[in-house]
Design a protein. Structure first.
Length: 222
């Protein structure tokens, strides 16, 4: 009887510790989301730890139980976004050997991030030049280079296969595609007339089929 009682007490204690750990993790995630929204709205440099704490309804000191600085918070915001999108790009490459299909899927991936990673994308656009000067954010440049390489390689593969025009510069083409997708975060509103899937499909149509009707040679000849 005693052994059974002790066993029950130990089990209860384990459950309490697990619950506490889960709550702490959820609380931390909540703080990251609040901070990310502030960074996106006010800018990283202009946002203070006190403002993050006020937004969360806690004391500044309590925030330091979870993070040692606001840099640590934005680090988590950005690295989570970059890890996610790079993993999705790699998965897109594995789905097909057809460059057009791969590029189409990567466009869909890009637009699909506008909602879940809206704050991170906004911070990347607004605070990129400031953050990249610090050594702890060197991975931002490395991630940017990796993403560019992924896109450029697919564009070149499409050119080599005769799917894309050979007279277009792959790097410039990628950067134009990139900027078109990311700038959408400034005007896209969830719940509007078009969702991110519809935006992606519309953009894919414009990207590959263009605006002009008829044969390309006839259009350029005039």
């Amino acid at each position: 009887m005693t052994t059974r009682k002790n066993s029950g007490t130990a089990t209860t204690a384990k459950r309490q510790r697990a619950s506490s750990t889960g709550s702490a993790s959820e609380r931390r995630d909540h703080l990251v989301k609040l901070a990310a929204e502030l960074f996106a709205r006010k800018g990283f440099q202009a946002t203070t730890v006190r403002q993050i704490a006020d937004e969360a309804g806690i004391l500044s000191g309590s925030l330091y139980h979870h993070f040692d600085s606001k840099e640590t918070i934005v680090d988590e915001v950005l690295s989570t976004f970059l890890d996610d999108i790079i993993a999705r790009y790699r998965a897109a490459i594995e789905t097909s050997s057809d460059a057009r299909e791969v590029l189409s899927e990567m466009v869909r991936v890009g637009f699909a991030t506008l909602e879940p990673h809206r704050a991170a994308i906004t911070v990347m656009q607004n605070d990129w030049n400031y953050l990249r000067q610090f050594e702890r954010f060197n991975y931002l440049v490395k991630a940017e280079d990796e993403v560019e390489q992924i896109w450029v390689e697919q564009i070149k593969a499409g050119q080599n296969a005769g799917l894309f025009r050979a007279d277009l510069d792959p790097k410039l083409t990628y950067r134009m595609i990139r900027d078109t997708i990311w700038v959408a975060v400034r005007w896209f509103r969830p719940g509007g007339r078009l969702n991110t899937n519809a935006l992606a499909e519309h953009y894919i149509t414009v990207l590959f089929d263009g605006l002009a009707t008829g044969e390309r040679d006839k259009a350029t000849a005039g």
